[in-house]
Write a protein that binds this ligand. Sequence first.
Ligand SMILES: C[S@@+](CC[C@H](N)C(=O)[O-])C[C@H]1O[C@@H](n2cnc3c(N)ncnc32)[C@H](O)[C@@H]1O
Length: 343
Amino acid sequence: MNNQEKQPEQALHQHHLTQIILSFQESQAIITAAKLGIADLLKDGPKSVDELAQLCHAHPETLYRLLRALASIGIFKEEDHTVFSLTPLSHYLRSDVEGSVHSLALMVGDTKAWSAWGDLIEGIKQGEVVFDHKFKMSFYDYHTENPEFAKYFNQTMFNHTSLLTQHVLEVYDFSPFQTIVDVGGNHGYLLSSILQKYPASRGVLFDQPFVIEAVEKEHLKNNPFHDRINAVAGNFFESLPKNGDVYIFKHIIHGFHDEKARQILQNCRDVIGDGTLLIIENVLSNKNNHSFSAFMDLQMIVMSGGKERTEAEYQQLLEQAGFQMTRVIHTSSPVSIIEAVAK
Ligand SMILES: C[S@@+](CC[C@H](N)C(=O)[O-])C[C@H]1O[C@@H](n2cnc3c(N)ncnc32)[C@H](O)[C@@H]1O
C-alpha cells in the first residue's frame, strides 16, 4: 500500500480517536441540560429559548448555544430559529418517564464525581480508589454527606433495575423458593416483581438502616405486596437474615474488592444451609471487545473500589467463600445470573 492509499484510512482513525477524546464535551452538555431540567420543560411541546431561559434561570444567548450544540447530535431539535423540541433521545432526559436517565446524568455530573474521573490516573498508578484518596471519604460516606447525590444514585439504580427485572424473570424460575431474601435490595423493585409473579412466596428486603427507613416510607407503604415483605435493617459485613431459601445479590458483589466480597459471601454461607445463592451482575467478557462492563470497572476504580469480574473470577470468589457455582444463566439484557450452592 502506498502513502496516498493509507491517507484516508489514517484520517478516519485520527478523526475517530479525536471524537472519542472530545466526547466529554457531549457528556457535559447533556448533564448541563439535565441540571437545567430542559427536557421536563419541553414535555408539553416546543418552546423558545427566551421562554426556556426564563423558566430555568439561564442566560438566553448561552442557553441557545448549548441547545444548538445538543441539537447537532440529535438531542433536542431546533424546530424554528431558537425554538426547540424533544427528540426520541431527549425524551429519556425527562425525569418522569420509564427508563429515564435524568438521575444518571445528575449523578455523573455531580461536581465531586466528575472531578474524581479527572484523577483516574492516580487510581491506575497507585491502585487506590480515587474518590477516597481525593476526598478523604468513601463513596458511600458521600451519600450521607450529600443526600441529593444519594437520591440520584438510588433513582439510577431503581431505573436500571426496573428495566432489567423482566429479563431476569423471563429466564429464572423462582417457584421452588418460599422465602426470597434480596440482600442490599434497596427500593425492593426486584423483590416485589418476583412476589407478583410467585404469589406463594414471601420476601425479606435487607439493607442498611437508613435505606430501610426511607424505603419503608417511600416505596413499601404503597406496595401491593407489603404484607409479604419483611424489611430488615442490618449490615452484610456482620450477618445476614436466616431461613432464606434463596439469597439474591443484585449489583452488590461488584461494588467490593475480593476480600470484602468474600466476607459478604462467607456471611451468606453461614446462614444459607441448602438454599440457593444468586449473584446478578454484568459479567465481564474475556474478549477485549467494547463492553459496558469494562468501563463500569473503571468507574469502580474511580468511585467505590469494587471491580467487575469475569465468569471465572466469580467462580473463584465463590469457591473461596465456600460455594460451588452451579450454572450461569445469561439474559437478553446485559446482566447474567450466577447460581451457586454451599459446598
Ligand atoms: C448498588 S446498590 C444495589 C441495589 C439493588 N440491589 C439494585 O440492584 O438495584 C447497593 C445496595 O447495597 C446496600 N448496602 C451497601 N452497604 C451495605 C451494608 N453494609 N449492608 C447492607 N446493605 C448495604 C446499599 O444501601 C444499596 O441499596
